[in-house]
Ligand binder design. Structure first.
Ligand code: PLP
Length: 386
């Protein structure tokens, strides 16, 4: 019996919600996507939400709304999904990375500060920093915000892993210390819409820009039109936008799933706490208990001790052979062939590269049973002979 590392959980109620939209007059751009946006705003405590057809398009829109363009620089973490960096390239900007803190797997704030000092001297400061909340654990946003004030860069939180997580006792996504926060609703994330994403923010100008760019750069709002409208039918294209809209079919699933967000996150945190207890005697680093309490626990990552780093690949194969579908998050972005062609090389971000050699993501999702969990924990203990 195969144990997936991640899996969506779809209820009868979710299915009914989608069916209702399918039977209604509008299957896209009706009221449901707006209701979903409002519901996410109230869950995360933000003023505005703009739903999109993926987390990747949400990142692209966020960069565009900040006017990221040619000659600009975006920094992010090398340990993330490639989309966190690709969004800069869609805007013809360039990308660079900030090495990680091996304990949190988030980008390191001391490293960020060193790199900012250096960049200031060389007039190569970033315009945008994409802060990835790796595995659902928030970075220290207050500290990053303070650096942004000193060095003048904008902040996008890539919270694709982190819907349902907390920072300073508040929901991730309230944008207290950032310009915008991006979520993904891919099936493996906290909640799903099939494919989908969202940008949340508190700034009405940014929200307006995001809304415009999401839909071809077209507006039907006469207040925004730059020329006298021809008539009531008139719409005007004010800039070059995209079709990045979420359909109401997807939004109905998201709206229904959102009701179970807390249930999903509680279960994930429980699984993570059980792994921590069960694996306590293994030669591995597990997430800090405080991290488990605040994180959305999107991934449960173990890091093999230095003394055992050579057996990571063996452990990976051993668990896969037992049909425990473990995974590796992530191959450092700068080592991808496409990024190497841009001049990045092995050795550029040594902490990220060392982490990559020693990490494994264990299965974590809502439908994981106690039986599955015991089997996974026991199998790992047998591997390490503990
Ligand atoms: C999933 C993910 C994305 C992209 O989201 P999609 O909805 O798949 O486009 C971006 N960043 C991170 C960190 C992710 O995990």
């Amino acid at each position: 019996m195969k144990i997936n590392y991640a899996k969506q959980h779809i209820s009868e109620e979710d299915i009914q919600a989608v069916v209702e939209v399918l039977k209604s007059d509008y299957i896209t751009q009706g009221l449901t996507s707006q209701q979903f946006e409002q519901a996410v705003c109230s869950v995360v405590g933000s003023q505005h939400a703009i739903s999109t057809n993926s987390g990747t398009s949400a990142l692209h829109l966020a960069c565009l709304a900040l006017k990221l363009s040619k000659d600009d620089i975006l920094w992010t973490s090398p340990i993330s999904f490639v989309a966190s960096a690709n969004c800069a390239l869609y805007c013809q900007a360039s990308v660079d990375f900030v090495d990680i803190d091996p304990l949190t797997i988030n980008l390191s704030i001391p490293q960020l500060e060193i790199k900012l000092k250096h960049a200031k001297q060389h007039q190569s400061l970033p315009k945008v920093l994409v802060v990835v909340h790796m595995s659902g654990l928030s970075n220290d946003m207050q500290a990053i915000y303070e650096l942004s004030q000193e060095y003048g860069f904008a902040i996008i939180e890539d919270a694709s892993h982190a819907l349902g997580g907390d920072y300073q006792q508040s929901a991730i996504g309230n944008c207290q210390y950032s310009d915008m926060t991006v979520f993904s609703f891919h099936p493996i994330k906290s909640i799903t819409t099939g494919e989908g994403g969202m940008v949340v923010c508190n700034n009405p100008q940014l929200a307006q820009e995001l809304t415009l760019l999401r839909s071809h750069g077209i507006t039907r709002d006469s207040d925004l039109m730059t020329h006298a409208p021809d008539g009531d039918w008139c719409y005007q294209q004010l800039k070059l936008g995209y079709n990045y809209r979420m359909s109401d079919i997807n939004a109905a699933l998201g709206l229904s799933q959102l009701k179970r967000l807390n249930t999903f996150i509680d279960k994930r945190r429980q699984i993570a706490a059980d792994y921590n207890t069960g694996l306590a005697d293994c030669p591995i680093l597990t997430p800090h208990p405080d991290a488990v309490k605040a994180s959305a626990c999107h991934l449960y990552i173990i890091i093999l001790n230095e003394s055992h780093h050579a057996c990571r690949d063996d452990l990976f194969r051993y668990l896969q052979d037992l049909e425990i579908m473990v995974n590796i998050h992530y191959i450092p972005i700068h080592t991808q062939p496409f990024y190497r062609d841009m001049g990045f090389k092995i050795g550029d971000f040594p902490r990220a590269e060392a982490y990559y050699q020693r990490c494994i993501s264990l299965p974590i999702h809502y439908a994981l049973t106690d039986e599955n969990l015991t089997f996974i924990i026991n199998s790992i203990k047998i591997f390490f002979k503990t």
